[in-house]
Design a protein around this ligand. Structure first.
Ligand code: ADP
Ligand code: MG
Length: 242
């Protein structure tokens, strides 16, 4: 069975229907790239999967459990899906290590010592084992984003959602963040990533979803989506993006 099942999801803001019936299933360990023009609904979709937005119709299940059930269900399930944004949103007054420890101690009620052990472990896994005591303003953007990834990993998510996580970075810092994503993908993490990094999507992702005007307009293996796009809209998008 799939890890995440999205069935006929509709979402409007006021009179504007932003998601017009989305069906996607994401398997365990699958790495999904979500591409599409600005305004096509990519971020809204990720926010719905993470329970940051309610949905108007349809269903989303994670490991067979409904995401938009009771408030208690929502809280429990949200802990299982990590989300990383374009902006890193680290607390500036806390060290990298403390940033990674915080959600564990506050939300999961993990003990300080256990949270520290986990924090050191996940910081090492993103290549920052020497930055535990360093404050965010002493880190590069790429390092800050890796701390943000570590902070998500510390919660032991079953899946990670990434929303344009390299878009705010200087070009020379993109590679180090993508390298971390690549290693997570290879390690079996289930990933859904909105990205403009087409070459990366082609190399690392199992499947690509092209969103257009609130719908999954075209989907397939990277070699098909990028190599032989079927719809005029995707051809036009790829022409613009490359
Ligand atoms: P994408 O990530 O593909 O650029 P978004 O999901 O951010 O697209 O936005 C899709 C549409 O929904 C846009 O027209 C955007 O203006 C609108 N939208 C997104 N969030 C909100 C919100 N909280 N309130 C009103 N409109 C929103
Ligand atoms: Mg977006």
């Amino acid at each position: 069975m799939s890890l995440i099942e999205i069935n006929d999801v509709h979402k409007s803001f006021g009179d504007v229907e932003v998601l017009k019936g989305i069906d996607i299933s994401i398997g365990h360990g699958e790495v999904l790239a979500i591409i599409g023009k600005s305004g096509s609904g990519k971020s809204t979709l990720l926010r719905c999967i993470n329970g940051l937005e309610t949905i108007d119709r349809g269903s989303i299940t994670i490991g067979g459990n409904h995401l938009h059930g009771t408030a208690a269900d929502l809280r429990r399930l949200r802990l299982q899906v990590g989300m990383i944004f374009q902006q890193f949103n680290l607390f500036p007054h806390l060290t990298a290590g403390r940033n990674v420890m915080l959600a564990q101690t506050v939300v999961k009620k993990t003990s300080e010592s256990e949270a520290e052990t986990v924090a050191r472990d996940v910081l090492a896994s993103v290549g920052l084992s020497d930055k535990f005591d360093v404050y965010p303003d002493k880190l590069s953007g790429g390092q800050q984003q890796r701390v943000a990834i570590a902070r998500s990993l510390a919660m032991k998510p079953v899946a990670l959602l990434c929303d344009e996580i390299t878009s705010a970075l200087d070009p020379e810092l993109v590679g180090e963040v993508l390298a971390v994503v690549r290693s997570l993908a290879r390690g079996g993490m289930t990933l859904a990533m909105v990205t403009h990094e087409m070459q990366f999507a082609r190399e690392v992702c199992d499947r690509v979803i092209f969103m257009h005007e609130g719908r999954v307009h075209e989907t397939g293996a990277p070699e098909d989506v990028f190599g032989a796009p079927k719809t005029a809209e995707l051809r036009q998008f790829l022409g613009m993006a490359n």
